[in-house]
Design a protein around this ligand. Sequence first.
Ligand SMILES: *Cc1c(COP(=O)(O)O)cnc(C)c1O
Length: 235
Amino acid sequence: MSLEAENLAHILARIEAARKAAIRPAASTTLVAVSKTHGPERVQPLLDAGHRVFGENRVREAHAKWPALKDRFPGIVLHLIGPLQTNKLRDALALFDVIETLDRPRLAEALAQWRDRGARLPDLFLQVNTGEEPQKAGVAPLEAPSLIVRARALSLPLKGLMCIPPADADPVPHFALLAKLARDHALPLLSMGMSGDFERAIRFGATHVRVGSAIFGPRLQLSEKKDGLADNERR
Ligand SMILES: *Cc1c(COP(=O)(O)O)cnc(C)c1O
């Protein structure tokens, strides 16, 4: 078995154990395998092992990697987990099945315009900047309710909330805050938890955990800098 497939099996087992410990129903948490910075040769072993749900944080990188894989492996579900500029919206809509990073009214309006012109919209998550970090994308917690209302007024397919807690803080209060916001607004999906904290996120109701380095190993610092990946992630 490849290293990637071995890691995948291990992470899936840990998700299942955390799910049981939290007394949540079977299959209530989906693993989003975060493949950013890794080439198709690293992704392929996971596809061969039957995994289909992946996350990428850059539209251009995803476009270089995924169309060929989507042709070869039916049923792939691709999540955009990085910031989305409106000038990349057309490309993003052509490729992604889920966009987790709706974070401002302007983007909500642009999505509605594309829909009105006939585009199929993917399921949407609102990204909430629970730590109110200036360098991080996401709507501030206090502004989230009005953006949820706006997205609903535009009839956008808003399904859930997503957060990336501050790197050096206890993530639990952030998970709790996101879960409460979702409950208050009747949003069923919660994307939270990464390699270092996904079990705790599952305890707080994560329906999607985004795990990269625990499956693929560390990403190269150099290429992160070069690719400008730093602002929506925590290392
Ligand atoms: C990179 C990234 C992840 C995965 O982080 P790991 O710690 O490697 O599991 C999750 N979510 C987002 C938004 C990311 O950019």
